[in-house]
Design a protein around this ligand. Structure first.
Ligand SMILES: [Fe+2]
Ligand SMILES: [Fe+2]
Length: 465
């Protein structure tokens, strides 16, 4: 059965009224990057707005696999020309967040995304827990297929959600089980950075080479057909394999004694030498024991602490020239550093994430052109102000982040920290007319709603449950 195209504006109208859509066919951009998986049920306006921002104006729906449903679950008939059957009013794209209704809609979206993120996160975390348990029991064997299922699920969420890492804020992390949390975090951060890098770098190369789709003679079809000559840094299958590499990057740590791994005091030189072996020695050996010879996974496990610019210190192993360290390993390394520095451990407090991004940028900027590209993708992906988090303004007010872009915030206390009785309009921090004292105070850490729950007004309360 053929696919019908439906305008995204029409779909937004349906979803605003409580409906949903499933395409039943994968939707890619011009560079072959998957934008929407065929099995994802879209019931958020935000998802469609993101697709529009990425240049998609209509979505296909497969007659057999996909469909469009109203709020009551009745399928909406699609005519041959892509219009909806029956009576309907003219579709209208909702205005950007401004009014009370749209703020509430956004608050609900943040809440829903956090719930899904928490669920995917927990599943992936349980999976790595089981893997490490299996390795300890069996002396090295683990169920790769089982891990892959959960990582694929997490990666799918990361791919279809804008700024996905924002929803995996530290709020849902417990500070126990560091290694499990860290594996999922590095997978989440690394995948978000990898996707952004892949899109922007491939597009830049294509612009430079002026290549893309063109007509050419196809000897099998015996006619001219469209040929895609565009360059892709990583293909879809490769992206999934790399995400697995991010997830398993520290697998070799299971071979280290707990007392060394969680030591709160200074490590002796022997202990440090042992810890180093978790990557190029123990990690590589565990992959070999499980016959995992995938080059992406191997390179990440082996080299995620290797130097990525000439002269970088305290790195291991030092065998490969930084120029030969692949892009995905460079991404793994930055994701690893970011998560380690922003996490609380038994021997240290978490560092403010803004300071960590600044520090990473300062250290790795202007070393080589590819690393510079990676770094830009990293900074853009991190989402310094996650939606649903709390920031201080310079005048002392507390504000709730609605969108990380800007960021768009809504202040909910006065400058003394007393909860405001009325709901003020959101403020876009990217707006140049915002006065200095109303800007976000970058010297103070981003907080979670739970940390300031006594001052949250009632309309923000559901976010914390
Ligand atoms: Fe490591
Ligand atoms: Fe790590």
């Amino acid at each position: 059965m053929s696919n019908r195209q439906i305008k995204i504006e029409d779909l937004i109208h349906i979803i605003v009224q409580g409906g949903r859509v499933k395409t039943g066919v994968d939707v890619y951009n011009d560079h072959g990057v998957l934008l929407l998986d065929k099995d994802v049920v879209v019931d958020k306006v935000k998802t469609l707005e993101i697709l529009m921002e990425k240049g998609i104006s209509s979505l296909p729906t497969s007659g057999s696999e996909g469909g469009v449903w109203d709020a009551q679950g009745n399928e909406i008939k699609i005519e041959g020309n892509g219009t909806m059957g029956g009576e309907r009013t003219k579709a209208k794209r909702p205005a950007p967040i401004a009014g009370v209704g749209t703020i509430e809609r956004r608050l609900k979206e943040i809440e829903d995304l956090k719930t899904v993120a928490a669920q995917k996160y927990d599943e992936a975390k349980d999976s790595i827990k089981r893997v490490l348990g299996q390795i300890q029991e069996s002396g090295g064997q683990f169920d790769y297929d089982e891990v892959q299922t959960h990582v694929s699920d997490l990666v799918e969420f990361l791919t279809v959600t804008d700024n996905p890492f924002s929803y995996l804020t530290k709020e849902i992390f417990s500070y126990d089980d560091y290694l499990y949390n860290h594996s999922v975090n590095v997978c989440a951060i690394g995948t978000a950075v990898l996707n952004r890098f892949n899109n922007s770098f491939s597009a830049a190369v294509n612009d430079f080479l002026s290549v893309g789709e063109h007509e050419a003679y196809d000897p099998f079809a015996k006619k001219k057909s469209r040929v895609d000559n565009s360059y892709r840094c990583y293909h879809r299958e490769e992206l999934e394999e790399i995400s697995m590499g991010f997830f398993l990057h520290d697998i070799g740590k299971v071979m280290l004694p707990d007392k060394v791994l969680n030591k709160s005091g200074k490590l002796t030189s022997d202990e440090f030498e042992l810890i180093k072996r978790h990557s190029f020695d123990f990690g590589a050996e565990l992959l070999e024991k499980n016959r995992l010879r995938n080059s992406y996974i191997r390179s990440i496990v082996k080299n995620h602490h290797a130097p990525i610019f000439i002269g970088e210190e305290r790195c291991y192993p030092e065998g490969d020239h930084p120029r030969d360290i692949p892009i995905h390993v460079k991404i793994a390394k930055l994701a690893d550093i970011y998560d380690a520095m922003t996490s609380k451990r038994c021997y240290k407090e978490a560092f403010n994430q803004i300071n960590v991004v600044t520090e990473i940028f300062r250290k790795y900027a202007k070393k080589d052109p590819i690393l510079q590209y990676v770094l830009h993708a990293f900074v853009k992906s991190i989402g310094i102000y996650p939606p649903g988090s709390i920031v201080f303004l310079r005048n002392g007010q507390l504000a709730y982040v609605l969108e990380s872009q800007g960021p768009l915030v809504i202040a909910f206390t006065d400058i003394q920290g007393n909860t405001l009785t009325s709901k003020p309009d959101p403020m876009d921090m990217g707006d140049k007319s915002i006065s200095e004292d109303l800007k976000v105070d970058n010297r103070r850490s981003v907080k979670t709603p739970l940390e300031v729950c006594d001052r949250l007004p009632s309309y923000l309360q559901p976010i914390t449950t």
